[in-house]
Design a protein around this ligand. Sequence first.
Ligand SMILES: Cc1cc2nc3c(=O)[nH]c(=O)nc-3n(C[C@H](O)[C@H](O)[C@H](O)COP(=O)(O)OP(=O)(O)OC[C@H]3O[C@@H](n4cnc5c(N)ncnc54)[C@H](O)[C@@H]3O)c2cc1C
Length: 356
Amino acid sequence: MKSAKHALVVGGGVIGLTSAFQLALHGWRVTLFDPNPGGGATWAAAGMIAPIAEIGPGEESNYQLQRGAVDAWRSFASDLHDVTQKDLVIVEKGTLLFGWDGSDRRLVDQFAQIATDFGVVPRRVSMGDEPAMFEGVSPRISDGLLIGGDAWLDPDQAVALVSEANTALGVTVVDEVVVKVCSDGTRVEAVTASDSFVGDIGIIATGASALPSGATSSGGHTVRPVHGITLRVRGLDRSAQPMIRSFVKGGTFYMVSRPGGYNVLGASSEERRESGARVGEVQRLLRDALDVVPALETAVVLETREGNRPASDDLRPFFEVLGDGRWAWSSGHFRHGVTLAPIAAGEVLRFAEGVA
Ligand SMILES: Cc1cc2nc3c(=O)[nH]c(=O)nc-3n(C[C@H](O)[C@H](O)[C@H](O)COP(=O)(O)OP(=O)(O)OC[C@H]3O[C@@H](n4cnc5c(N)ncnc54)[C@H](O)[C@@H]3O)c2cc1C
């Protein structure tokens, strides 16, 4: 049965958009605020849903959170299909992980141990046995680990499809920044430069941006921006193969190949708020790309995209109910916001239904 309850969603990145969809799908009237939906960190994201390849020492709880992400996206895609009759493409070919030099290969071995400790056993593959998997890769890289279960989607397609579904479900988009929020215990209010809007509950999903005035965390949560770029190039088509991830001279490089030879190369990671892709970070990314995948030499550079990953103090996402319980803040998704979006949206729906 349709509810007349009204939700205000501040921020239209992947977290706000998917939250708005879940709410609208379950009968909520939704107003979403963003001057540029999909234009934050979501714009830069490669779209990897790679809970396993992204395992890091000390990140077990993050891994536990993400391990259901591919299934969560499949279920979300099915709901999207019901509304739009269109398919969200989710490609599950795993990740091929390797190291560039001797010390990078030791990092691969350490990764294998960590993954095994987590109960995931990657398969060793060699260029000799699986040449197609190593297409375009430097001949000095002769073997690697195949990590099954990892997947990717195209965040541009996801944003477009969720936005289309939201429109079909009657979500109103206000293309303005929310400057202030408040609540009187029974209703919430969001104020923009030109108007004010009232609802029953409010969600703040502003990524790495500061909270609007009037919203304060009593749970001690903070977010800081971790700037990153991805480069888009057209050339080598590895879309039938696993994603590539490589340790290279102590850093990491990844490549997600989509059909037609559209490749996303990533990613830099710098603790800074200013925007702009720096020459140095582009140069380092291209250097790593050519070291690991020399076949990219003749690829055509399409564009650079940048965004600020929302990082919390402990690098874990959080969902905090604010003040008198009608506003909630969903952020801190850091390197995994695309991966976690349907799970985060589920949390938003549970909160909303709990208040209503
Ligand atoms: C280079 C790079 C590569 C990445 N690759 C991946 C990947 O492969 N897989 C993965 O899972 N994650 C990846 N991420 C991380 C992922 O992009 C983020 O975790 C995710 O985008 C966070 O989503 P969000 O909606 O919280 O924030 P954002 O996408 O930043 O969206 C926040 C939105 O809020 C709006 N906003 C802010 N303040 C206000 C306000 N006051 N009023 C109204 N609107 C407001 C902004 O305009 C923006 O659109 C990557 C990130 C980067 C930078």
